[in-house]
Design a protein around this ligand. Structure first.
Ligand SMILES: NC(=O)C1=CN([C@@H]2O[C@H](COP(=O)(O)OP(=O)(O)OC[C@H]3O[C@@H](n4cnc5c(N)ncnc54)[C@H](O)[C@@H]3O)[C@@H](O)[C@H]2O)[C@@H](O)CC1
Ligand SMILES: Nc1ncnc2c1ncn2[C@@H]1O[C@H](COP(=O)(O)OP(=O)(O)O)[C@@H](O)[C@H]1O
Length: 311
């Protein structure tokens, strides 16, 4: 079933029809995460991937990854309406541009060192009327009353938001909505924790770990066809080859790349996690479970996609 959720380009496709994605990612502390996430969005099929990076670093990113459209943060912030009014992805000025289909915000944010900037970028992304994924340092920046209000408001307006926490970030998201229960209880029942978070935030939650749980808020119950009564699914593929800094950034970009092509948020999160795990296994097969690095996962991604599409 997951294979049928993966977009395949039409014969008459062109780059904009294949989805325009924006990644607001990276910081002076963690620039690499931005490239990992953006590359992953490209590899998952998004036709036009833009990367908004800290001002002054544009040239370094453009050299590191020539096919990415790299912009400074101020350029992006001044070009998009802060209130999210207007058609999906409409730029604030009159420039003719194809619509933006998804935003990924937060991989590589330095939520401690650049707290104000991280928060302002996350809130601006959430004000855009397109699917938004929040990951990494963006999740830390999201955890306050205003962040919660904006995500819930998006839910009420029918706009998809995806949150991709690891266990540490999930604990912060839980504390922000006053979810009871100790860390040990959350570890015992991660499916329940993912679902509680999804409902409390009004967002699709992809709770990462050795097993990954994707939960949808009530509105998206139909998003997992054939699912059991509760809108939460476990993904148990993959192994410890993925336990290396940077693989989460790859996953965030993959899910955003799928959403940019029109895959609904909960399916994008689940299918993205499946392909990510398969790519990790393929990378371990080509090398060693010990040596896999996130770049290997990116390199193995096309083979993993193919294997799933042929299955
Ligand atoms: N190449 C790069 O530039 C990389 C950048 N990264 C970015 O660095 C920033 C900080 O990421 P961190 O994850 O370190 O941020 P966190 O501030 O979440 O640090 C991790 C903390 O959470 C706790 N924790 C609990 N459960 C955990 C789990 N299952 N996995 C990991 N930590 C857990 C740890 O004990 C630790 O204290 C993010 O924006 C992230 O995207 C990282 O993804 C690593 C690679
Ligand atoms: N033991 C494991 N088995 C399977 N997958 C794992 C394991 N450890 C980590 N992963 C996966 O690797 C990724 C790590 O993401 P994350 O913790 O956000 O790392 P980072 O922020 O450094 O990129 C997640 O997709 C997680 O599910």
């Amino acid at each position: 079933m997951v294979a049928s959720w993966l977009p395949v380009p039409a014969r008459d496709a062109h780059k904009y029809r294949r989805g325009r994605a924006l990644l607001v990612a990276g910081s002076r502390a963690y620039p690499g995460a931005a490239v990992l996430a953006a590359r992953a969005a490209q590899r998952m099929g998004a036709g036009y991937v833009e990367l908004a990076v800290p001002d002054g670093l544009e040239a370094s990113f453009a050299v590191a990854a020539p096919s990415l459209v790299v912009r400074g943060r101020h350029d992006w912030q001044s070009r998009w309406r802060a209130d999210g009014a207007g058609p999906a992805g409409a730029p604030a000025n009159d420039v003719e541009e194809p619509p933006l289909r998804a935003i990924c915000v937060g991989p590589g944010f330095d939520a401690q060192g650049d707290a104000d900037e991280s928060r302002s970028l996350v809130l601006q992304a959430l004000s855009c009327p397109v699917p938004v994924l929040v990951d990494g340092g963006g999740l830390t920046a999201l955890c306050d009353a205003e962040g919660l209000r904006l995500v819930r408001r998006r839910f009420e307006r029918g706009l998809d938001t995806v949150l991709t926490p690891h266990a540490g970030e999930a604990a912060r998201l839980a504390a922000c909505v006053g979810l009871e229960g100790s860390a040990a209880e959350a570890e015992d029942a991660p499916d329940r924790r993912a679902l509680d978070l999804a409902r409390a935030w009004g967002a699709v939650v992809c709770l990462k770990g050795p097993d990954t749980y994707v939960a949808a808020p009530a509105r998206s119950q139909e998003a997992f066809p054939g699912a059991s009564a509760l809108p939460v699914r476990a993904m148990r593929w993959g192994g410890p080859e993925l336990a290396k800094a940077g693989t989460g950034d790859v996953l965030a970009g993959m899910i955003a790349g799928l959403m940019a092509q029109g895959t609904p948020a909960s399916r994008a999160a689940f299918a993205g996690a499946c392909v990510h795990a398969l790519a990790g296994s393929e990378a371990a097969r080509r090398g060693s479970v010990v040596s896999v690095i996130p770049e290997d996962v990116l390199d193995a991604l096309p083979a993993a996609l193919n294997a799933l599409l042929m299955s």
